[in-house]
Write a protein that binds this ligand. Sequence first.
Ligand code: GDP
Ligand code: IMO
Ligand code: MG
Length: 442
Amino acid sequence: MESAECVILPNLAIIGAQWGDEGKGKITDYLDETADLIVRFQGGNNAGHTITVGDKVFKLHGLPSGVVREGNLAVIGNGTVVNVEDLIEEMDMVLKAGCSLEGLRISDRAHLIFNYHKKLDGAEEKYRGRDAVGTTRKGIGPAYQDKIARIGIRAGDIFDDESLREKTDLILPYKKDLMEMLEAERCGCDSETLFNRIKGWRAKIGGYICDTSVLINEALDEGKKVLFEGAQGAMLDIDHGTYPYVTSSSTCGGGICTGTGVAPNRIEKVVGCLKAYTTRVGEGPFVTELSGEEGCILQKKGGEFGVTTGRGRRCGWLDLVVAEHASRMCGFTSLAITKLDVLNGYEELPVCVAYEIDGKETRYFPASMSKIERAKPIYKTLKGWKGWDDTASVVKSGYDALPKEMRIYIELVERHLKVPADIISIGPDRNDTIDRKKDWWN
Ligand code: GDP
Ligand code: IMO
Ligand code: MG
């Protein structure tokens, strides 16, 4: 019998290397052409993943990017949180756009988001005052709180009248007390109404719910190609991100295992999706942030407005301290560098290679908020590729046809992180992509 560690399992993960919105949707869509399963492992509909195929643009929140292609399975893993009503709306949207939902699967262990979570999300933000996180107000934090507190309702619970009744009876009085204390917007719901609403979901989503851990592991055993699609980014990780200005899930490498039920020794390759500059939505430290006019110019050039909330994204230069931290936490084996075309036209491009904190130079991202706030970026300034307005037009000619200065920029990142930039993205469309690896599954 072949020993387990000799078997190469064709799987690949895509994780954001910054604070989200790096272009994971585009890269997932590019790589999933040949995949059999596309699996979301954490987060919920706080995510906003954009996929551009010709003149069609899909903005997905709770659904895995795989739903856009027919013939594969699109899996919502156990580590996610699911707002069923929002998901049903999204499902209707993709069906109207001509996609099929035959391949959709939802883990029976995924936790559900309810209206009280959303109301509590808003109330907690108000309560934090000046220290508000700037959440998407989708109820993500409160839903994960319930999971950890062992009072959450899971997708599989919707089939069982008795246990569902027990859970709704337990949870609503508790939530109402909490909401009153936090002066949250009133929740008109009572336990009976909630029970019936959840029961009503059986007809809509019941057919998609199953044990997705078994599904994914069996697919791997059969040599099927599995692509794990991260949401948010490494710096929003609950442990390794800029706590408390983070989301409430494990966005880094370990989150793949806990969020799918696939063991760590089965994960093969991790693609770090790195935007050629840095953005962040919401509050929290951002060492290379560009304030004023410069930030506005980059925001406009990059179309940096949130897919989920419409908020303007804060913009700044590429920060390799952040990227290296992300790479360490996620184990990147390849990089997909995106939005390089947005940097067309700059005379010079500063890249942050280290921080100076209290007079000392460091390449490590500190845990302490006050240290990060005192950090000053140390830049290496590279020459831009001014004069190249249409870099997307050279995509077909491959990497060597890119402006020399752009290649120097890419190669600085590769050297710093010791990870090859196997994908270069210079436009939002599937086709605006240079693939320097091609054979992703072996
Ligand atoms: P995600 O959350 O990581 O999937 O990223 P978002 O979809 O929130 O934001 C990325 C935005 O950049 C989307 O509007 C994409 O269509 C767009 N995009 C992705 N890659 C590129 C690229 O290489 N160049 C340009 N100009 N836009 C890109
Ligand atoms: P994708 O998958 C960018 C941010 C919010 C806020 C913090 C906590 O599109 O990259 P939450 O609602 O999760 O409790 O908010 O996290 N945030 C994102 N920022 N991209 C995302 O997803 C994000 N999802 C959450 O703005 O600062
Ligand atoms: Mg996004």
